[in-house]
Design a protein around this ligand. Structure first.
Ligand code: COA
Length: 354
């Protein structure tokens, strides 16, 4: 028995923020961001909630699959930036969809969430009697987790949602193998202590006329410096900051991405070269390029949307998958690899037959 992807969908917020726009918020440039990351723009949810984005992506996936919301038995939502601590983001999306027959819950594996959620849904479809179809959705508003005064991190992230409809099938199609990996983040290389609670440098029209210094001054009352926040490793509410040691994350990502993809291929009994398309976590074009080189695959096999979306955390793989499918890059019968990595530290890969 297996489970296969019947349909995909994704959603981006209306506001598109280019690198040039961001250079009015922090001291940066299109040249620096594009050269180091491949990112040209990202979308920022000013009015959209994570529920709005998630519901929209799911509706498109349902339409693509030709399935009604009432036929969904399970919703697994992966997010690090939910609208509420509870109800779960999955419960809010369930209500928005009218998926009245679905069991639902959230899963947080940071930016590797997509691979973890797909694996979890696949496993439940195999083992739970009566469960036949699942919606697996990643919905993120990273704009509420980043520190908009920290140019080294805020330029990297964006908001969005992606979803797939997964259906149990009787043959060994669809998901063929899955690898999940964790390592302790002993050096605190990637951490968000709480959702963003400071000022916000955007309006529905675009970037607000405010300097980084003004935003920093307004956030100061409730904030901490990066060093203070890093020193208090049990802090859960005081520092509204995403904290990252970029070079360390870069090293982790370029090491684990090829490792987990190779392991998943070995487990599936296929060669890496047989993957027609790889859908990597969209964190940095250079990370993807390194991984491609290590695996001996041409970069063209790796589908990217990062230029337009930035890093949308656990939504990114589903968003890129949707884009690849709609662009006609994924044909029935082809082998597809999906891989992610993120805070935790987490990493994972799935190999499936389309
Ligand atoms: N604009 C302009 N300059 C910037 C900048 C920005 N947005 N951010 C940092 N800089 C400057 C730094 O201050 C530094 O200046 P200095 O040399 O005068 O001190 C210089 O650029 C180099 O900074 P560094 O951090 O060493 O750059 P880098 O080559 O390591 O690239 C990242 C930084 C973040 C792009 C890179 O480390 C990375 O992508 N890491 C992985 C991050 C990631 O994927 N996170 C999510 C995981 S899910």
């Amino acid at each position: 028995m297996g489970s296969r992807i019947l349909g995909c969908g994704s959603a981006l917020p209306a506001l598109r923020v280019t690198n040039d726009d961001l250079s009015r918020v922090v001291d940066t440039s299109d040249e620096w961001i594009a050269k180091r990351t491949g990112i040209r723009a990202r979308h920022i949810a000013v009015e959209e909630t994570a529920t709005d984005l998630g519901v929209s992506a799911c509706q498109k996936a349902l339409e693509d699959a030709g399935v009604d919301a009432g036929q969904i038995d399970l919703i697994v939502c992966t997010t690090g930036t939910p609208d509420a601590l509870f109800p779960s983001q999955a419960a809010l999306i369930r209500a928005g969809l009218g998926a009245v027959n679905a069991v639902c819950f959230d899963l947080n594996a940071a930016c590797a969430g997509c691979v973890y959620a797909l694996t979890t849904a696949h496993s439940l479809l195999q083992t739970m009697p009566g469960m036949r179809r699942a919606l697996v959705v990643g919905s993120e508003r990273m704009s509420r987790a980043v520190d908009w005064t920290d140019r080294a991190t805020c330029v990297l992230f964006g908001d969005g949602a992606g979803a797939v409809v997964l259906e149990r099938c009787d043959d060994d199609q669809g998901v063929l193998a899955s690898v999940l990996k964790n390592e302790d983040d002993v050096d605190d290389v990637l951490r968000a202590n709480s959702l963003y609670a400071g000022d916000f440098p955007f309006t529905a029209e675009g970037v607000a006329e405010r300097t980084a210094e003004q935003i920093a001054a307004q956030s100061e009352a409730g904030g901490q410096t990066m060093e203070e926040a890093l020193a208090s490793t049990t802090c859960v509410g005081d520092a509204p900051l995403l904290l990252m040691k970029g070079r360390e994350v870069f090293k982790f990502a370029t090491r684990v991405m090829p490792e987990v993809l190779q392991e998943a291929c070995d487990q599936a009994g296929v060669a890496v070269e047989d993957l027609a398309v790889v859908i990597p976590h969209q964190a940095n074009e250079r990370i993807i390029s390194y991984a491609a080189k290590k695996l001996g695959l041409p970069l063209e096999r790796f589908h990217m949307v990062i230029q337009e979306t930035g890093n949308t955390s656990s939504a990114s793989v589903f968003m890129a998958l949707d884009d690849a499918r709609r662009a006609g890059r994924i044909q029935p019968g082809q082998l597809i690899g999906m891989t992610g990595f993120g805070a935790g530290l987490t990493a994972g890969a799935v190999v499936l037959r389309a």
